[in-house]
Design a protein around this ligand. Sequence first.
Ligand code: FES
Length: 108
Amino acid sequence: MAIIALNDSDIINLHREILTMGILKNEFEETKIENNGEFLDEAASEIDVPISCGDGNCSSCVCEIISGGEFLSPKTEAEIEFMLEDNERMLCQCKFIGGDDDVVEVDQ
Ligand code: FES
């Protein structure tokens, strides 16, 4: 049996290779998003979607999902409480769950 020793940077690089990258875009901007379990508030800011509370309390980040909604995590309790339309999401409450090159297009 072969035993392979990995150091921390090997493990980090291996983890990076496993992560899949998609795209979050609106009419004017786009940015890469990772399927890494993180919410999309930073990515939303990069395409000029305003993030205020970052916690599902203010609705400043609500966007219409034009396409790619299937690549987002299910609605959170906060989104359900705000009674958003079926095609609306709070980007601060969404995680990207898609694969490489999957695109989520939004409009605000
Ligand atoms: S930033 Fe307040 S609900 Fe998303």
